[in-house]
Design a protein around this ligand. Structure first.
Ligand code: NAG
Length: 195
């Protein structure tokens, strides 16, 4: 009898302990969720489409840490090449203000869950000289916690709309729309004013 009681106590203790660990893990997950200041750029191999004046190239196997080292970047997250808001408004805002970003010594890098063939064409069509990270499988977006689930719209997992200032591989400013919409939060003018 005593032995059974002891066993029940041990089981309850074990369950309580498991529950506490679960809560701690959930809190840790919440606190590291979403893009945040002081977050480092994930260390991955990137595919980058870059160029200018309507001529873009695809480069593979680019080390993300090397790519973001020793420079200031405005990282522009957007849900997809050729989607109406990105194509008609958001990316053109940056193309138009390119010279102003140049003057501040800041590079513009777009990020979308698209394959490089699409982003190469997109870059060429948009004009300007924004480089695009072609995150086709969403690894970089997931690692940044910058995703958006558009499965119900038939678009699958995407990058949500945001801008971030990245200095030497560390995020120092975040303007996160927390969705796909475009407001003043992630506009080109907003981040330009703050750098
Ligand atoms: C970022 O890191 C710096 C230097 O360690 C620290 O002073 C600052 O409070 C941090 N900011 C945030 C938002 O965590």
């Amino acid at each position: 009898m005593e032995y059974q009681k002891l066993l029940i106590h041990i089981i309850i203790l074990k369950l309580t302990w498991n529950f506490i660990i679960l809560i701690i893990k959930m809190l840790a997950r919440i606190s590291k969720r979403l893009l945040h200041i002081n977050q480092s750029i994930p260390h991955l191999k990137l595919v980058v489409c870059s160029g200018n004046e309507g001529k873009y190239n695809i480069e593979r196997d680019i080390d993300s840490e090397t790519y973001f080292a020793n420079k200031k970047v405005v990282l522009i997250g957007f849900p997809g090449a050729y989607t109406p808001t990105c194509t008609g408004t958001h990316i053109p805002q940056f193309v138009k203000l390119q010279e102003n970003f140049d003057q501040k010594g800041v590079e513009l890098i777009g990020l979308a869950v698209n394959d490089p063939f699409v982003l190469k064409e997109f870059g060429q069509d948009m004009g300007g000289k924004i480089a695009y990270i072609a995150d086709g499988s969403g690894y970089f977006t997931r690692a940044l916690d910058a995703g958006l689930d558009l499965t119900e719209k038939g678009l699958g997992y995407r990058t949500r709309r945001f801008t971030a200032l990245v200095e030497n591989g560390v995020i120092t400013q975040v303007n996160d729309e927390n969705g796909g919409q475009l407001t003043a939060i992630s506009s080109a003018e907003t981040i330009l004013k703050s750098i």
